[in-house]
Design a protein around this ligand. Structure first.
Ligand code: 5GP
Length: 198
C-alpha cells in the first residue's frame, strides 16, 4: 500500500515550521522529507537533519539531472525536495510530509495530483504582519513584499485540499493531526474494500 504525500504550506509567517516541528514530535508514522538548500546554516540547525546544505552549483546540478521533485528560489536561496527519497518512502508505504513554501506546493500538485495539500492561513492579515515583525528576520520593505506575496498565495487557496487556520498553535496542530488521521482512515477504508473477497 502506497504512502500518502502530505504537503504543509502557506504564506510566510503563518507558522509552517513551528506546526511541522510539533507534528513531528507527536506523530511517529510520518516521515519529514529533508530538503536541500543553498542558504547558510543557522545556529542550532544540523546538516542532514534541518536541511542538506549544498552549494549553488550542486543545487543546479540536481535540477539538471531532474533529481528535484520541486524547487523554489526564496529570499535569493534555492530550496528543493529530493525526488528519489520521497518516491522510495511512498513506495515503501510510508506517509511523507513536506514543509515547503507555496510555489513548491503547487509544483508538487502537478507531479502528484493525489498529494494532500494543507494550506495554513493566519487569522488575519494584520496578525500575519504582526508575526513577521515580531520574528524580526525581515526588513520593513521585505515584510511589505511578504504581505503582497501572501495575497497572491491566498488567491491560489482553491488549489489546496484543505485550509487550516493557525490562530492558536495548539489548536492548529491538533486540527492538522486530525486531518492527517482522517485521510489515513479514508485510504485504509478504500483499501479494505478493494481487497475484500466477495
Ligand atoms: P527557512 O530558510 O526559514 O528555513 O525557509 C524558508 C522557506 O522555505 C519556508 O517557507 C520553508 O517552508 C521553505 N522551504 C523549505 N524547504 C523547502 C523545499 O524543499 N522546497 C520549497 N519550495 N520550499 C521550502
Amino acid at each position: 500500500m502506497r504512502g500518502i504525500l502530505f504537503v504543509l504550506s502557506g504564506p510566510s509567517g503563518t507558522g509552517k515550521g513551528t506546526v511541522c516541528n510539533e507534528i513531528m514530535m507527536r506523530e511517529d508514522k510520518l516521515t519529514i522529507s529533508v530538503s536541500s538548500t543553498t542558504r547558510e546554516k543557522r545556529v542550532g540547525e544540523t546538516d542532514g537533519e534541518t536541511y542538506n546544505y549544498v552549494s549553488k552549483d550542486d543545487f543546479l546540478g540536481m535540477i539538471d539531472r531532474d533529481e528535484m521533485l520541486e524547487y523554489a528560489i526564496y529570499n535569493g536561496n534555492y530550496y528543493g525536495t529530493p525526488k528519489k527519497t520521497v518516491e522510495e518512502l511512498l513506495l515503501d508505504g510510508k506517509d511523507v510530509m513536506l514543509e515547503i513554501e507555496p510555489q513548491g506546493a503547487l509544483q508538487v500538485k502537478k507531479l502528484f495530483p493525489e498529494a494532500v495539500l494543507i494550506f495554513l492561513v493566519p487569522p488575519s492579515m494584520a496578525e500575519l504582519k504582526n508575526r513577521l515583525i515580531t520574528r524580526g528576520r525581515e526588513s520593513a520593505e521585505e515584510i511589505e513584499q511578504r504581505i503582497t506575496n501572501a495575497k497572491w498565495e491566498l488567491e491560489q487557496a482553491d488549489k489546496y485540499t484543505v485550509l487550516i487556520e493557525n490562530d492558536d498553535i495548539e489548536d492548529c496542530v491538533c486540527d492538522v493531526l486530525d486531518y492527517i488521521e482522517s485521510k489515513r482512515k479514508e485510504r485504509n477504508k478504500v483499501n479494505s474494500l478493494i481487497n475484500e473477497n466477495v
